[in-house]
Design a protein around this ligand. Structure first.
Ligand code: ADP
Ligand code: MG
Length: 677
């Protein structure tokens, strides 16, 4: 069985087991499905196709015995000529004198290393005696941690496969394997770790992409079905008249898109089934205005409301603006980690007694000691910032409250419906009229000082600026260094004429909040930051967003960063400093300068999507999979969605014996999706 601890495998003791545990590898099953995150492909190409400075693989016959020379302290250099396509290529190898004995004139060898096209020379870092097994060899690359090396993982996987391969049971019914020509689960698992060639690997990946999507879609659609079927009797009988009056007191008219979203939400509230709805719209499109009218509707139905946001500052801002909007129509309180002791207890008692109408807070909202009298409507802002568990707990705070998730992440509509299969989706796709669009410019780095002078002038007029550096995921250190260097440059440039602040991921949450608060209060004029600023804090005086190395961000993230400025009276500017090398990179910058509409942008993005990371994976708000990628493998996702729908419609999981294993797997496995319920 595959759920045995890793220590049952040959050669794995307590120590290694502990190291593996830190990588979330506990069982044999975890080992088998710890897939490489990428592959290095060595392909033997004709000499004249080799590119200077590339890592290449060649095969040939050794012309003379290697000669070994020593230099420096304990350093050696082995060199020998190799006949490749009748051309003498020079091979050099450093500090591997021991290889001299193994390599003799007349031997066939396969060499991998860096190619010097001018000297026809290869600096070898990997060699194999004999010809290459195939024209292509594929090296799996695993992500590793601590004491665990790539080699250890490979050995462990090999071990696990040897003993347990036959225990990897097929979970997909045969019909799918046949109609999509997919390898079995056992075959595909082995291939993922030890691929023989590209074609084989492609099919193994295809299998897991489909499997992941199908499981995901089944989970989503089952969830949605059960929500629809199980919740009855939570109709919120709100007072239409009063809700209308409430909307009329807004100092503006709702846009058509806002009206439509509002109708959809109110209809859900009135119905007996529990709302589970996603409200998408650009920053400033008026989501919160709609949400507050719906909160009010809930209050007129005699219920309480909750609004959960990711940070304390954001919570404070929401309380203030809601209090302004509601006046004496509702009692609204703030509940964050800073509300402690007696104050917290008094507040919680009031919530329990129903003396409070609306609670706004961070995850402090979902602590065990928070009990609502009758929670009817819960809103989760910036939904992708909360984990699955947190959102589930919030939902269970009331008797099936209606839940509205709000997000400013622009996801193409078609994708959103598929990605959030358990939710209904409302979209606000227009901005209130009269809004000044943010002007976006794309410049090169050598204009930085000119730009800084421009910023200096705007600051004299009471405006503020963000300067954002990209997050370099592999290297936290480098990432901070970038921000620190830039901060130093700005400090030197402005001397003491204005205040520059610095924020990055290494600061504690409290420190971050503190810096952000200084910026909100206007004590910092220019804030240099890594991407931690993306959360929707409102700084009305912030008019300029400078994004450094903009080509490193996904389009949707660029757009969200841009949404941080131009929220007040004055026009906003977004300056992209970028020197993209690729055509698509340039295209992305052009799109940014040409469109201000998040949905348009995300549709373009979907079209443009190359092999790359347009959405900037982590920031997309889409769930993440081991092998599959929602954007890249969109067509497989659609197929899986249809298949899941028909499986559920015909109840095949229970009616058809060939679906029994799949059903078991779905039920037994806690399939966990990072970004989604
Ligand atoms: P979001 O939550 O989508 O970022 P908000 O609801 O906070 O947007 O709205 C942003 C700003 O625009 C607020 O100051 C709000 O009062 C204002 N606003 C909202 N809807 C409209 C509208 N239809 N017309 C004009 N201004 C609006
Ligand atoms: Mg309802």
């Amino acid at each position: 069985m595959l759920n045995q601890p890793v220590t049952t495998l040959k050669g794995i003791g307590e120590k290694l087991a502990a190291d593996l545990a830190s990588m979330a590898i506990h069982t044999v099953d975890d080992v088998l499905f710890y897939f490489p995150y990428r592959y290095d492909v060595f392909e033997i190409k004709p000499l004249d196709e080799l590119i200077h400075d590339d890592k290449v693989t060649i095969e040939g016959r050794i012309i003379h015995d290697p000669s070994l020379t020593f230099y420096g302290k304990n350093k050696s250099r082995l060199s020998f000529p190799v006949d490749v396509e009748d051309v003498a290529v020079k091979a050099v190898m450093f500090n591997r004198g021991f290889a001299k004995k193994q390599l003799n004139a007349g031997d066939m060898v396969t060499l991998t290393g860096k190619w010097d096209a001018h000297r026809l020379q290869i600096t070898v870092n990997q060699y194999k005696k004999g010809p290459a097994d195939q024209q292509t060899s594929i090296q799996p690359i695993y992500s590793i941690k601590g004491n665990v090396t790539s080699h250890t993982i490979k050995k462990t996987v090999r071990n696990a496969l040897q003993t347990y391969k036959d225990d990897i049971i097929e979970i997909l019914p045969d019909t799918y394997l046949r109609s999509y020509k997919l390898p079995t689960r056992a075959q595909a698992t082995e291939i993922m770790h030890f691929p023989q060639n590209r074609v084989q690997l492609k099919h193994a990946r295809r299998r897991f992409i489909y499997e992941e999507f199908l499981l995901f879609q089944l989970k989503m659609q089952l969830l949605r079905k059960s929500v629809r079927e199980s919740t009855v009797g939570n109709e919120q009988l709100y007072d239409t008249e009063r809700v209308h009056k409430f909307i009329e007191q807004f100092p503006f008219q709702l846009t058509d898109a806002q009206n439509q979203a509002m109708d959809q939400i109110l209809r859900d509230m009135r119905s007996s089934y529990r709302m589970n709805r996603l409200l998408q719209g650009d920053v400033g499109s008026g989501k919160t205005a709609v949400a507050s009218a719906c909160l009010y509707a809930s209050i007129t139905a005699g219920k309480q409301g909750a609004l959960m946001v990711p940070t304390e500052i954001l919570a404070e801002q929401h309380v203030q603006s809601l209090q302004k909007t509601f006046g004496n129509k509702a009692s609204i309180v703030l509940l964050t980690g800073s509300v402690k002791g007696k104050k917290r207890k008094v507040l919680l008692d009031k919530v329990t007694d129903g003396d409070i109408d609306i609670v706004v807070g961070t995850h402090a909202l979902i602590q065990d000691d928070v009990h609502f009298h009758d929670l009817g409507f819960a809103i989760v802002d910036e939904q992708h910032r909360f984990g699955v568990e947190q959102r589930r707990v919030l939902r269970e705070k009331g008797m099936n409250p209606d839940v509205l998730f709000m997000t400013a992440t622009p996801i193409p509509r078609t994708l959103a419906i598929t990605a959030f299969g358990d939710m209904d989706v409302s979209v606000i796709n227009e901005m209130p009229s009269g809004r000044k669009p943010i002007e976006t410019y794309w410049v090169k780095e050598n204009t930085l000082d000119r730009l800084l002078r421009f910023i200096g002038k705007r600051v004299q007029h009471g405006e503020q600026t963000y300067v954002v550096c990209p997050l370099i995921e592999e290297s936290d250190k480098l990432d901070i260094q970038n921000a620190v260097d830039l901060y130093d440059h700005l400090e030197a440039f402005y001397q003491n004429r204005l205040t520059v602040g610095l924020m990055h991921g290494r600061l504690s949450p409290e420190e971050k909040e503190h810096v952000m608060k200084q910026f909100v209060d206007g004590d910092i004029h220019v804030l240099v930051s890594t991407t931690v600023v993306e959360v929707g804090v409102d700084v009305p005086n912030a008019t300029i967003m400078v994004i450094y190395d903009a080509e490193r961000f996904g389009l949707s993230q660029l757009h969200q960063l841009r949404g941080r400025v131009g929220r007040g009276e004055r026009p906003g500017y977004c300056i992209l400093i970028a020197d993209p090398k690729s055509e698509t990179g340039k295209e992305r910058m052009r799109i940014m300068t040409e469109t201000n509409n998040g949905f348009e942008l995300s549709e373009q993005d979907l079209k443009l999507r190359g092999p790359g990371d347009f959405f900037g994976k982590k920031q997309s708000g889409l769930p993440e999979f081991k092998v599959a990628d929602m954007i890249h493998d969109y067509r497989a996702l659609e197929t899986a969605r249809h298949d899941a729908a028909s499986i559920i419609e015909q109840d095949l999981l229970h009616q058809d014996p060939s679906y029994q294993t799949l059903n078991h797997y779905l039920e037994s496995k806690d399939i966990f999706y990072e970004k989604l319920d």
